[in-house]
Ligand binder design. Structure first.
Ligand code: SIN
Length: 481
């Protein structure tokens, strides 16, 4: 690995130039111990406006390039990301506290979108429709929407950006990216590599700033922006939707979740434990698709609980860069306090803590297993976004379905069964955008990721992920002699 510090940048990237912002620099800290990792320039909405203007000006040229030209630049970008994987992983681990192995996994995952859409760029095919009168010919084409505002969270500092912008760039959209202020360093590295790959100026802009509300509002209300793609909380998603309504702006929202993982009595319990561990404790529970509620059939409850607790006890807790660590710190002290709130509430209502349940310090909260969970407990309805694993009991399939769907959210769901008929019934009845059968991991660049209900709308990844960035235009030619 070369020196990761060579890939740390402190300026924003607007119209092909590295730009320092206004006022005091912002301190980026390591969530594992609060130490400073770097300082970055702060930017405000005047910079967002400049970035939007630049993306708007660059759109005709970028969308006018051939798909092969865009694809070539994206392939170079992919190669550069992979070539610098170790350095980027190091930076990501420092600013997010994500264990190093998971950081490397995220880089493979995130770069995968760049590679996949570089290939797909050449297949943005339209269609022809038989003319509806003898002298008419009908053609349908797909055109890029224009400038895309991509607002992304801290939990996947690289993959959430590429998942949005790779499809958009591949078909000719231009970008204003506003990453989370908790993890801007990985994001800026990504832009640096994009610059090296040869994206023309103005095509990919990134603005770092701490006034997220004002920056988001500008992106939503500026008429030069055609589309907003947001990953984050349902609360903020609703605000953005309201702001976008003035302009009837296209919008994709990947919001909160409350994923159930259901273990039927006919399941392979060892597989279910492995899936629950991966689905619950990936990045210490801080992903939108993390398991929120574990529902276990009463006949296999004790066996599952015993094995799950044992597996949770074996997790190695520590800073992201420490050898062998597979369970890191939470993003901030507020998140640690939030976990304690869930646990205290559950205990008051009869929950039994079998492992964890008490904060380690202001940065770390241990993997926590709670049985006797009931629908009255806060975590039954709210997104946990952390390492608390509540276990509920059920008796019948109908009850399991009712419990699983008893939430406003509809992002990911998981279940374990070896009964073929049940597996089909369940996949059809779970009210979620994503269903994992006998697996706790469902993310990949080649699949449509997204939710229903209060988890939002739009899909990211796969061919479906392109649809959010195109206008469909129908061209009717008449009077054909
Ligand atoms: C998320 O937490 O929003 C994304 C999770 C994933 O891509 O697997």
């Amino acid at each position: 690995m070369s020196n990761y510090k060579d890939l740390i940048f402190d300026k924003s990237f607007i119209n092909g130039e590295w730009t320092d912002g206004t006022g005091k620099k912002l301190e980026i800290t390591n969530p594992a111990d609060g130490t400073e990792v770097a300082k970055v320039y702060n930017h405000d909405i005047s910079h967002v406006k400049k970035a939007i203007d630049a993306a708007h000006d660059a759109f005709p040229t970028w969308s006018g390039k051939t798909a092969k030209e865009r694809s070539g630049i994206m392939k170079k970008w992919f190669d550069l990301i992979m070539k610098n994987k170790d350095e980027i992983a190091h930076i990501m681990a420092l600013e997010s506290a994500k264990p190093l192995a998971e950081c490397k996994g995220e880089i493979d995952y995130g770069a995968g979108f760049v590679e996949w859409y570089a290939e797909q760029a050449k297949r943005n095919n339209g269609s022809t429709i038989p003319g509806y009168t003898e002298d008419r010919r009908v053609k349908v084409i797909k055109q890029p929407v224009g400038v895309v505002g991509a607002i992304t969270p801290w939990n996947f500092p690289l993959a959430m950006i590429t998942r949005k912008i790779a499809p958009a760039l591949s078909i000719g959209c231009t970008i204003v990216s506003r990453p989370s202020i908790s993890t801007p360093l990985t994001a800026l590295t990504l832009v640096h590599l994009a610059e090296k790959a040869g994206f023309p100026k103005g095509v990919f802009n990134m603005v770092i700033g701490d006034d997220s509300s004002a920056m988001g509002k500008e992106l939503c209300e500026n008429p030069k922006v055609a589309k907003i793609s947001f990953t984050g909380s349902t609360r903020v998603g609703k605000i953005l939707m309201e702001q976008c309504s003035q302009d009837l702006k296209r919008l994709s929202l990947e919001l909160g979740g409350n994923a159930p993982l259901i273990v039927f009595e006919d399941a392979n319990i060892d597989d279910a434990v492995e899936g629950a561990m991966a689905g619950k404790f990936r990045f210490s529970g801080q992903t939108c698709v993390c398991v929120n509620r574990i529902l276990v059939h009463e006949n296999v409850h004790n066996e599952f609980v015993e094995k799950f607790v044992k597996a949770a006890q074996n997790l190695k807790i520590g800073p992201g860069l420490e050898e062998g660590v597979n369970f890191g710190a939470l993003i901030n002290t507020k998140a640690v306090e939030k976990m304690q709130g869930f646990v205290d509430d559950a205990k008051e209502k009869g929950g039994k803590v079998l492992h964890g349940g008490k904060k380690i310090d202001d940065h770390f909260y241990p993997p926590t297993v709670i049985t006797n969970a009931t629908p009255e407990m806060k975590f039954a309805k709210e997104e946990i976004f952390g390492p608390v694993a509540p276990i509920f009991k059920f008796k019948t399939e109908e009850e399991a379905i009712q419990m699983a769907n008893d939430t406003v959210y509809g992002l990911a769901s998981y279940y374990y069964t070896n009964d073929l008929n049940r597996s089909i019934r369940m996949s059809e009845q779970l009210e979620y955008g994503i269903v994992g059968l006998n697996t706790g991991l469902i993310s990949n660049e080649s699949v449509p990721f997204g939710g229903i209900k209060h988890s939002g709308f739009g899909r990211e990844g796969s061919v479906y992920g392109l649809e959010d960035f195109v206008h469909i235009k129908y061209i009717c030619t008449g009077n054909v002699k």
